[in-house]
Write a protein that binds this ligand. Structure first.
Ligand SMILES: [Zn+2]
Ligand SMILES: [Zn+2]
Length: 212
């Protein structure tokens, strides 16, 4: 049975997800720890559970979702992947975060490879299907773990909401069709784990999300 641990990091409260086999392999999604204190919280969990991080994957490239990539990379050397259309954000993360009032001095490393629609990222018994869902940003993706019924929706779909589309590369019509055509077609019981805020299910969002 796969396990899931969620952390909420940095003042924007980004959800960082760690999917893992007990005592085994792990994949981290959106490592957004911003300082040593937050990183220590993640590190303590990894060490305590004896996990080996194989990948760090990003749902998209916005600065608040990538703060921790370098710290995680330095400590565990996982393979870092993001969709190519969002890779340009990585070089701008420092500027963008300062523009939003954060004093983030770190650098974000170059990706080790890119995520494409329908890719399957496998580590141990974890199988994440990459779903390209442009709209919040050009290179936004969601990750679907079919055996667990988990969907990691990034800033595309929230409980009762959708991602903003007023940032560079955002497109309202596109986010709506990404969600309705590629996420709402998953089984109703699929648990949605968004980039911010509480979880939901596909079935719940189908009937109650005011944007869909
Ligand atoms: Zn975002
Ligand atoms: Zn976000």
């Amino acid at each position: 049975m796969l396990q899931l641990k969620m952390f909420s990091f940095n003042p924007l409260q980004v959800n960082t997800y760690l999917i893992y086999e007990p005592g085994g392999i792990g994949i981290i999604i959106d490592p957004s720890c911003m300082d040593r204190k937050e990183f220590n919280e993640l590190q303590n969990f990894i060490e305590k559970n004896g996990l080996r991080l194989e990948y760090q994957l990003n749902t998209h490239g916005h600065f608040d979702h990538v703060f921790g990539v370098q710290m995680v990379k330095d400590a565990y050397q996982p393979i870092f992947k993001i969709h190519q259309d969002d890779a340009g954000f990585l070089r701008l993360a420092g500027d963008h975060s300062r523009g939003f009032g954060f004093d983030f001095e770190g650098e974000i490393p170059e990706p080790d490879g890119y995520l494409d629609d329908s890719d399957i990222i496998t580590a141990g018994t974890i199988n994440l299907t990459v779903i390209h869902v442009p709209g919040h940003s050009k290179g936004s993706v969601a990750f679907y773990e079919a055996s667990s019924g988990w969907l990691f929706s990034g800033d595309t779909l929230f409980a009762g909401g959708i991602g903003r589309t007023d940032l560079p590369g955002g497109n309202y019509d596109q986010i709506i069709s990404s969600i309705t055509e590629k996420l709402m077609v998953l089984p109703d019981a699929t648990i949605v784990f968004p980039g911010h805020g509480p979880s939901s299910t596909v079935g719940k969002e189908q009937v109650s999300n005011p944007y869909l």
